[in-house]
Every structure is written in structure tokens, then in C-alpha cells.
Design a protein. Structure first.
Length: 333
């Protein structure tokens, strides 16, 4: 917010011709350790849909996890902006698709020939919709399969900063050095007001992308206010500090839940999401007390009710402790 206010001074060229957007190009290249092309947008849906529209033909297939945002949470935007490409959701209990799965899906598509959508891209969510994080070797293995078929690899990095904290590696190692071609860089889930970006690690892939962004309505006349947020996000490692706090609060929440009778953690807690099963009566009571969370649908639900708990850069430890205390008291009661 301070960066937005600071950018609200004087007159500058519009539509990205400003000093903030130019500086963002330089800073992002430094952060990721390579020359790249970065295009600010204002929603994650726009970043994902426009990135894929640059990579995939209308008759193409995008291989991803069955719960990926591009499948379940974007109202068909990827299909719309690609002109008809199909997202091919693959199952995996931990949210992470494997190289073997993708290779098998590609082989099936080849066998089906012209009757099937053409393999066109692989997309991974980092961190995943289950709060888990792909290890670098897992991403590299997926990219290797894609390379064999000359397919680009897209990363939905809505929670990339959280994944980086878990992995303890550089942004470069987690992205282009592991075979990622295009990144949807998220900032909104980690503190920004309305700032995301599409990052091409090979600038040649970005040819005419600015026209796609304009056509989709994501070229702001006052683009400096988006670019200024991303500059502040990167400055002095703020994005990593925010993610570090969110992850720490999730870890504390998970640790506390392990001692709650009847609670069962459903996934490893790698980032800032905790999935836990609790008795129905406890879940209802927590809702009645004003705690907010999603009930999480599962095809094979465990004993009790599955819920998702999400921590953020702004979650105070006191709120974590309050939730844990309430859960403990309800179980005992």
C-alpha cells in the first residue's frame, strides 16, 4: 500500500511506459537470475489463462492435476482464452502429478490420433491445491517428459513464495532451472492488493503477448500501480518474509492439531494450508463460534469432516492458538 501511494505522484506515461514497469523487468530478471519477460496482470485467473493461451492451440491438451485451479476454480477461463483447449486433470492423492502419469496420458493421446486433443502443455501448481510442494527432482522429471514431446511447461505459482520457503532454494532453481518455461507469478495471496504476473523465461515465447493481455482487458492505463506492488513485493525479500511467516503459522497449527483427539491430518503441511479431518460435532461447533474455513469435499472421506485451514502473511500466532484451544476444549467437552 505504501508503494502504491508512492507511485501516486506526478505524471508518467500510461500503459506500462512508466519507470516502475521498466524497473520491474530489471528487478524480476535479477530475482530469477536470467533475462526474462514479465507482464503484470491483476488476477491469478488472468495470469493462468493468458499464459496457457500463448502456449496451447485450440485443439490442445494441458496435463495437470485434477484439482488444479485451471480445472476447478477459473470458470473455464483457460479453455475460453485458448479458444477451446482441454485441461486434462490427472488424479494424485497428494496433489502432485508424476512424470509417469503424464507420459502415459501422452501415449494414449497419440494412440487416439486425430480423435483426441493433441498433447500441448504440462501445468503444475506450486504449491499444490493440497498444500504440498513439488520437490525440484519431481518438477525436473515432469519437464523431461514434456521436453521429449516438445511440450512447454507452465507453473501456477500463486503460492510460489511459500514453496520456495519449504524448498530452501533460489527462485531460479525452482523454475527455469527445473524446466519451467512460463510462470504465473502470484502476489495477491501473499500480501499484494491486486498484482500477479506472467513470466516468460524465454522472452521469444512472449511474442505478441502484450496484445493478448490488452485483448483480455488486463492492460491498465495506470499499470504503474500494479508494477509498484510487485517491486515492493520483491524488495528486500519481502515476498519470502511474508511466506515464511505464513508457513510458520501453518506448521504451528498442524503441530497443535496433532495433539487434538480425533483430529487427523490429511496431507503433509509443506506450505500455508492445513487439511485436517475433525468430528462433525467439533466442526459445527467451531463454525458456530465464528471460525471460518472450507469443508473440503473428498471422494473417500476419512472419519469425520475434512476441512481446509489457511494461514497468511497477516495471521497472528494468537489466532492459531485460539483455534487450537477451541478445538481442544470441544473435543474434551
Amino acid at each position: 500500500m505504501a508503494a502504491i501511494h508512492a507511485a501516486n505522484t506526478g505524471s508518467v506515461p500510461s500503459y506500462g511506459g512508466d519507470e516502475f514497469t521498466r524497473e520491474l523487468q530489471t528487478v524480476a530478471s535479477e530475482v530469477f537470475g536470467t533475462e526474462l519477460a514479465i507482464f503484470p496482470v491483476t488476477t491469478g485467473t488472468a495470469a493462468n489463462a493468458l499464459a496457457l493461451s500463448q502456449l496451447v492451440p485450440p485443439y490442445g491438451a494441458v496435463y495437470c492435476h485434477e484439482t488444479a485451479h485451471i480445472v476447478t476454480d477459473e470458470c473455464g477461463a483457460p479453455e475460453f482464452f485458448t479458444g477451446g483447449a482441454k485441461t486434462m486433470g490427472l488424479p494424485a492423492a497428494d496433489g502432485k502429478i508424476t512424470a509417469r502419469q503424464v507420459a502415459s496420458a501422452i501415449a494414449f493421446a497419440k494412440d487416439m490420433g486425430v480423435h483426441h486433443v493433441k498433447p500441448a502443455a504440462v501445468s503444475v501448481s506450486q504449491a499444490t491445491e493440497w498444500g504440498t510442494v513439488y520437490e525440484l527432482a519431481e518438477v525436473s522429471a515432469l519437464a523431461a517428459v514434456a521436453r521429449q514431446e516438445d511440450l512447454p511447461v507452465h507453473m501456477d505459482g500463486a503460492r510460489l513464495a511459500n514453496a520456495l520457503i519449504h524448498l530452501g532454494c533460489t527462485p531460479a532453481a525452482a523454475t527455469w532451472q527445473s524446466g519451467i518455461d512460463v510462470l504465473s507469478l502470484g502476489a495477491t495471496k501473499n500480501g499484494a492488493l491486486c498484482a500477479e504476473a506472467v513470466v516468460f523465461f524465454d522472452p521469444a515465447r512472449a511474442r505478441d503477448f502484450e496484445r493478448r493481455r490488452k485483448q483480455a482487458g488486463h492492460l491498465w492505463s495506470k499499470l504503474r500501480f500494479v508494477s509498484a506492488q510487485l517491486l515492493a513485493y520483491f524488495k528486500n525479500g519481502l515476498w519470502l518474509d511474508n511466506a515464511r511467516h505464513a508457513n510458520a503459522m501453518a506448521s504451528a497449527l498442524a503441530q497443535g492439531l496433532r495433539s487434538v483427539s480425533g483430529a487427523s491430518l490429511l496431507q503433509s503441511v509443506d506450505a500455508n494450508e492445513v487439511f485436517v479431518a475433525l468430528p462433525e460435532a467439533v466442526v459445527v461447533a467451531l463454525e458456530d463460534q465464528g471460525f471460518g474455513f472450507y469443508r473440503w469435499p473428498l471422494s473417500a472421506p476419512p472419519s469425520g469432516v475434512a476441512i481446509r485451514l489457511v494461514t497468511s502473511y497477516a495471521t497472528p500466532r494468537a489466532q492459531v492458538d485460539e483455534f487450537l484451544a477451541a478445538a481442544q476444549s470441544l473435543v474434551r467437552g
